[in-house]
Design a protein around this ligand. Sequence first.
Ligand code: NOJ
Length: 536
Amino acid sequence: MTHPHFWWQTGVIYQIYPRSFLDSNGDGVGDLAGITSKLDYVRWLGVDAIWLSPIYPSPMADFGYDITNYTDVHPLFGTLEDLDTLLQQAHQHDLKVILDFVPNHTSDEHPWFQQSRSSRTNEKRDWYLWRDPASDGGPPNNWMSRFGGSAWQFDEPTGQYYLHMYDVKQPDLNWRNPRVRQEMYNVMRFWLERGVDGFRIDALEVLLKDEQFRDNPMNPEWKPGDPPNTRLIEHYIVDQPGMHGIMQQMRTLAENYGQRVLIGELYLPVERLMPYYGEQLDEIHLPFNFQFVNLPTWEVRTIRQAVDGYEAALPKGAWPNWVLGNHDRSRIATRVGREQARLTQMLLLTLRGTPTCYYGEELGMQDLALPREVMQDPLAKKHPEYSRDPVRSPMQWDGSANAGFSPAGVKPWLPVANDYQTFNVAAEQQDPRSFLMLTRALLAIRRSHDALTLGSYQSVEQESATCFVYQRQHHDQRHLVLLNFSAQDQVVTLAGQGQGHIVLSTYMDRGGSLDLSAVHLRGNEGLLIDAGVPSS
Ligand code: NOJ
């Protein structure tokens, strides 16, 4: 199969949370050498790129999203040489490597912030967002941190507040300062020169803030129980004018190095997401499409609307992408249950566009049940109900102690899930119908069929309210995807379409031809059907 497309369009991205992938040196925390030792597995699975959550020096107030040095590696994870080895070996395995780039904030222990906070006249004062107290001595405005409480922290020595959209130990940089931009672009160059294939850009939607620091409006829809920071609408923080110039600069910079990719973490509604592709498709290659992690209800009507609406909204030539989970959101097998998770895996891997798979989701891993006392996430300090620890538990490699993540006798930084004896790589590799083997089969089928990697997408109207049916087509190749999102049997009718051939059932127990005028699906069954040359 020849691809006129770029690797980030035809490929599949696998997100690795380095702390939790493989602990090679027995300190309870995953590391780069651990990842390198598992590249064979990643390649065997059949993905094309790995995205690593931050590996930089950090006091770990937000597990690496609080950086003290953008151009080095935290000793917990290894050394720069270990990263070079990982890059080199990944490339030998035909795998791309994407790093997390965190431009919105540093650690408060970063030398830049240390200088910035040292005096009002320090040359780096303006690298961060400092403001005088309000007339009553309180915070300069009503902005709230996404981790709870005010987004402003008073700093005694210089009598001003600094802004932090996340933890108090994550002061926001001032992206209106050209020197900050230059410095951060140099960081991008540093890694691109070392050979990384792109960046996932953190917290992109809040990079610029309102120049006048106006109060945010109250959210009329907020109700008790909703996340406290959603009490206000982040009107003057999110998606501010001026963003697109910065995105264009980043894109130009990245493309000076050839086929590199920029993926933007942008929690925005579809109509506000699309402009991040750029008017000339000259900004973010893949603005993350988080609809599946944000849908208000998980039912066929909303899922189909989300897909059709997104497809219709895409600017001409813009490449779609899909995400089911990440290190911040509940795992899909917990949200929808393990039976239906097989179906959602088929959904993710047969839609048009680049899928990102979160580590462990290929096994059907679920959220870890964790008592408050052992929670580590800074978000859990104020709001244990929003702790992200449950989705960051150690990867389950085998049935041995610590699931093979850490050597026996070592205490991993987070406990291993209780069900690891059943759900682990080694066990699932032995079971031809396991979750893992389903994922691997889907990845292999996707790779070898242009209709699935490059083909058009069209949903097909169905009488059954619980079945989502769509077609993927490329020239004379046509595939149908039939997904039954209910626990009951259903019949899908595709009148006038003749015979089809089952490529894969999510149950992995049937093949052969069938009559498309009435296709019987079992509860939570997904079918991938080769429907041959279209009749008209
Ligand atoms: C988004 C990241 O995904 C999340 O893990 C982190 O806490 C915040 N950005 C702050 O960097």
